[in-house]
Design a protein around this ligand. Structure first.
Ligand code: SIN
Length: 179
């Protein structure tokens, strides 16, 4: 039960699709986690028959993950819990806000390997081919990836996993457009 305004750290679509009210928004970093396109999406970027692939976080000692933190009223978590319902659970952790001294207490939505929608690792070529094909009620899986890549660019952040996938998907699109 969340009783007071709380920071939530977004590292995927929560960076660029902000369909909720917030009290403050800050670029931020978490430590010990890396982004991966290892979570299946049945409800946003794919369907139960043909799931898409969206990001989750895996624990990697020493890693840093850039994103955006929002301080939100408790009621906003009803919306976020619904939006992230396909396998994500809330996890509490320290969040470093840009320009602030001590980390603040915050929440992330993380999809763990034991959730039924988890797809797990695959080669970058396989991930890119999958993302290039999938579609769901929230739009194409390709747009999810490319919007995330652009948002990270806007944060001056380089994520090798996202960057490599965006490059591969761009190449697949270019190849498909060539007569
Ligand atoms: C997040 O953005 O923080 C969670 C994953 C997603 O909704 O894409």
């Amino acid at each position: 039960m969340i009783a007071e305004p709380t920071w939530v750290f977004g590292y995927g679509s929560l960076i660029y699709k902000v369909d909720f009210p917030y009290l403050e928004r800050r670029n931020a970093t978490i430590e010990g986690w890396e982004r991966r396109f290892w979570q299946g999406s049945h409800d946003h970027r794919g369907t139960p028959e043909a799931p898409g692939r969206v990001v989750t976080l895996i624990e990697v000692p020493g890693a840093r993950c850039r994103g955006v933190a929002y301080r939100v009223e408790p009621v906003v978590f009803e919306h976020l819990d619904h939006r992230e319902k396909n396998g994500y659970d809330r996890h509490r952790l320290p969040v470093r806000l840009d320009g602030a001294g001590e980390p603040v207490d915050g929440l992330i939505y993380v999809a763990r390997p034991d959730n039924p929608a988890f797809l797990g690792p695959a080669s970058l070529d396989e991930l890119a081919a999958h993302i290039n094909e999938a579609q769901g009620p929230s739009g194409s899986n390709r747009d999810y990836l490319l919007a995330l890549a652009e948002a990270l660019h806007g944060l001056d952040s380089f994520d090798p996993h996202v960057h490599a996938l965006a490059e591969r998907v761009d190449a697949l699109v270019a190849a498909a457009g060539t007569p």
